[in-house]
Design a protein around this ligand. Sequence first.
Ligand SMILES: Cc1cc2nc3c(=O)[nH]c(=O)nc-3n(C[C@H](O)[C@H](O)[C@H](O)COP(=O)(O)OP(=O)(O)OC[C@H]3O[C@@H](n4cnc5c(N)ncnc54)[C@H](O)[C@@H]3O)c2cc1C
Length: 425
Amino acid sequence: MTAKPRVLVVGGGFAGLETAFGLRHLLGDRVRISLAADREDFLFKPNTIYLPFGADEAPLHIRLPDPLFRRHIAFHQGSVSGVDPDALAVELTDGTRLRGDFLVLATGAAMHPQEVPGLAEHAQSVWTPRQMRSLGRRFQELKDAAQAGQHRQVLFLVPPNNKCAGPLYEIALMLDTWLRRAELRSHVHLTWTTYESGYIQAFGPRLHRVVEHEFAVRGIEGHTSAVVDKVGPDEVRYTDGTTRPYDLLVAFPPYVAAVDHPGLPGDDRGFLTTLSVTRQVHGHPQIYAPGDAGDFPVKQAFLAFLQAHAVAEHITTMVDPALLARPRPFEPISMCVMEMFDRATFAQVPLEETGDPAHPVRVAADAGDRYRVGTSPLWRLGKKTLGLYLPVQFRAGRPFHSGRPWQAMELALDGMARTLATGPD
Ligand SMILES: Cc1cc2nc3c(=O)[nH]c(=O)nc-3n(C[C@H](O)[C@H](O)[C@H](O)COP(=O)(O)OP(=O)(O)OC[C@H]3O[C@@H](n4cnc5c(N)ncnc54)[C@H](O)[C@@H]3O)c2cc1C
């Protein structure tokens, strides 16, 4: 290792930025940090759910060079084409070779609709801002048709291997409220189909009951264990032989890793296999994979943050054990707010991995009172506040979880969770 260790972070998303800013926060100038990403901006994906309903996209992008410069983090814009694990080096498509003493591979996930016949051709997918805007145009057409007195069927579809179905639930519930407010809901039939055995399966029975209740009161027809076989131009066929017609099909496709790393161990979808508590890649103690790029079965920004903390603290102990003797392990506690426009549901869910591919996570056996769920219009405020707080932190080059602003946020969230969400019944 050189006098000043070098950390090379690849990816400018939640996991990459939180690791880079977290390392600077913990280690000060004891370390040289570089970050490479194929885009010049960070995209705040969670709030792209508002785009189909007319929200402005510009505030969801944060340019990377300014906050990185502020924290003395060198920025290289370029797409990674290969990793040399022995040399701890990364190759960019323009031929640039970057090296570190530690590598943090935080390149996230990508969609793979091709594995479901017909999905790419016929479904509106929710992933990129462009797809969200295209969905917005389809929603407007739906509204126009309903205003002209025509009836329409909207079918939502979660196929197997989707690793973060929550946003599609939000869009279905928001669409219900949006149509209801326009007094057009009676013209549109909404049907939900998911391969999951329970709604938002990863988050356990309490989230299932919340969604079940919402679907019932909103008149959304819901089906679990509905595994898609193929998608046609106006109907979806499921593996049990049933078919469902649609005028508009909205799907959240299967996940794969965004970048293939042939020299490193990965699972069947290309996600790097890691040691659960440190996110070190198996057999490569100086390479880490926090966030969606790694093999944790649920892909979420909040979990990406927690993994990034574990990585930043682990590297800190390796660089200067006197500074931090014992790094905090990654403890998967998911936190999310599900938007519905008229109210929102908050969930805090301690998770544990099961090793069973059909149900890869479950609510942790020792979750107790930490498993909290609540629905209230006030949780919309919680989601809005998080959406304002994060860009402020990242624009300033600060990690999400740091300093007084986070302490204040944490206090407010904790207070809301105690009054507006309950533990197990
Ligand atoms: C519509 C939607 C709504 C969501 N809502 C929520 C929510 O409410 N709450 C929540 O917790 N999570 C939510 N998520 C999930 C969350 O956005 C992801 O889990 C999170 O973005 C993962 O962070 P990441 O840093 O691992 O990956 P990403 O944020 O995807 O970042 C990956 C980074 O790697 C870069 N990259 C990719 N390929 C290369 C390459 N070849 N070379 C160089 N750089 C590369 C990308 O440009 C990007 O900078 C949502 C996701 C979507 C799509």
